[in-house]
Design a protein around this ligand. Structure first.
Ligand SMILES: Cc1cc2nc3c(=O)[nH]c(=O)nc-3n(C[C@H](O)[C@H](O)[C@H](O)COP(=O)(O)O)c2cc1C
Length: 362
């Protein structure tokens, strides 16, 4: 199969310019090692793991692949410095962040040879992290799943490409070879996909939940502020509909009780949760009620994505869920995306080649 060499494949040492993003409760060792073995960059989601679970997940991923992979860390978590030390110790290839880490932490990772790729949602943030030494950025447009912004990939991507010189990976709405070819034509170094990888054989999301995603149409996601106070793109389920129409205090009471469950499950102390909350409040400029709701989100996502309870859980999803109708293996998916992108790039190149050819073919 033809290869696509880009600044991303060179930077990370992977075969194909395709990233599987760090989705909480979804991107575990099974998905990440399958992506790595298929030649893409898989990223473990660690925000929903305890430190010990992250250690175990890294060990398990390494047992299934010796190819490069990454770990997504919440930069505002109180134990972010220890997690960064773990990545360095374990020689993890890539550190991914939803919020930019402090400049010293980027420098520390880079000195240890770890590639730093923060996710950003605006050109000004890309400029900031590039000036702090980030090696590349993932830019997520508004059609993407999970926390998302208002601007579509088609406009956000060129604005970021114009603003920075480091490699830019396009995310939000990608699922096939057309998307990869288009992203490369924009000048991106590759694509990153969340929802598309959630819907693969190796994703550990319960089968019934996968079917729920497959059934959905393009208009069946909604950006809700009621899940955790920040714009969150999710499947438009009955629960989300109820949250959207519930009063503020009822939502908050449920949020506090769920935050307590998450605390019990992860072994986090209230003091650590309050410290994380304070950091989040400062970093994201949130009100206290938004912080409590944010602490609640992991439980709602877990109920849906791990326990398969679509009535009580929230299912983060990109709009792209409406166009996906199969559950390939990661290898089938990556192979077909690359083959199709190569064919599309060749046929576009032929447009100018034909035009320039001499009429008699000489
Ligand atoms: C189920 C789900 C969980 C997610 N969890 C996280 C997360 O924990 N951290 C993060 O940085 N992004 C998270 N995201 C966002 C993805 O990493 C990615 O940026 C997004 O899915 C890209 O858009 P797409 O779904 O159209 O491919 C999540 C997305 C989904 C669908």
């Amino acid at each position: 199969m033809s290869a696509l060499r880009t600044p991303l494949t060179e930077l990370v040492g992977i075969e194909h310019p395709i990233v599987q993003t760090g989705m909480g409760w979804v991107a575990g060792p099974s998905l990440v090692s399958a992506t790595a073995e298929a030649g893409g960059l898989g990223i473990l989601a660690s925000a929903t793991m305890t430190f010990a679970e992250l250690e175990a997940a890294i060990t398990k991923t390494k047992a299934h692949t010796d190819k490069p992979f990454g770990v997504n860390i919440r930069a505002d978590a109180t134990d972010a410095p220890e997690r960064i030390d773990l990545l360095i110790r374990e020689k993890v290839a890539v550190a991914s962040f939803a919020l930019a880490p402090k400049q010293e932490l980027i420098a520390k990772l880079k000195d240890a040879g770890v590639v730093v790729i923060p996710s950003i949602g605006a050109a000004k943030h890309a400029v900031k992290v590039a000036s702090w030494g980030a090696d590349a950025v993932i830019v997520q447009g508004g059609e993407g799943g999970g926390h998302t912004g208002p601007v579509a990939t088609t406009l956000l991507l060129p604005s970021v490409l114009d603003a920075v010189d480091i490699p830019v990976v396009a995310a939000g709405g990608f699922f096939d070879g057309r998307g990869l070819a288009a992203a490369l034509a924009y000048g991106a170094a590759g694509v990153a996909m969340g929802t598309r990888f959630l819907l693969t054989k190796e994703s550990t999301v319960p089968e019934a939940v996968k079917q729920e995603y497959l059934k959905r149409q393009l208009q069946d996601t909604v950006v809700s502020l009621k899940v955790d106070g920040m714009p969150h793109r999710v499947l438009n389920t009955e629960l989300v509909d109820r949250l959207e129409h519930s009063g503020r205090w009822r939502g908050l009471a449920a949020a506090v009780s769920n935050a307590a469950k998450f605390k019990g499950m992860t072994g986090m102390k209230w003091s650590a949760m309050v410290r994380d909350g304070l950091a989040m409040r400062k970093a994201k400029d949130l009100s206290w009620s938004q912080v409590v709701m944010a602490a609640n989100t992991p439980m709602l996502l877990r109920a849906g994505l791990v326990e398969g309870n679509t009535q009580a859980g929230v299912l983060a999803a990109g709009q792209v869920t409406g166009i996906i109708d199969d559950l390939p293996t990661c290898k089938e998916l990556i192979d077909r995306i690359v083959a199709d992108a190569v064919a599309r790039i060749d046929s576009i190149a032929a447009l100018t080649a034909d035009h320039n050819a001499a009429p008699n073919g000489s």
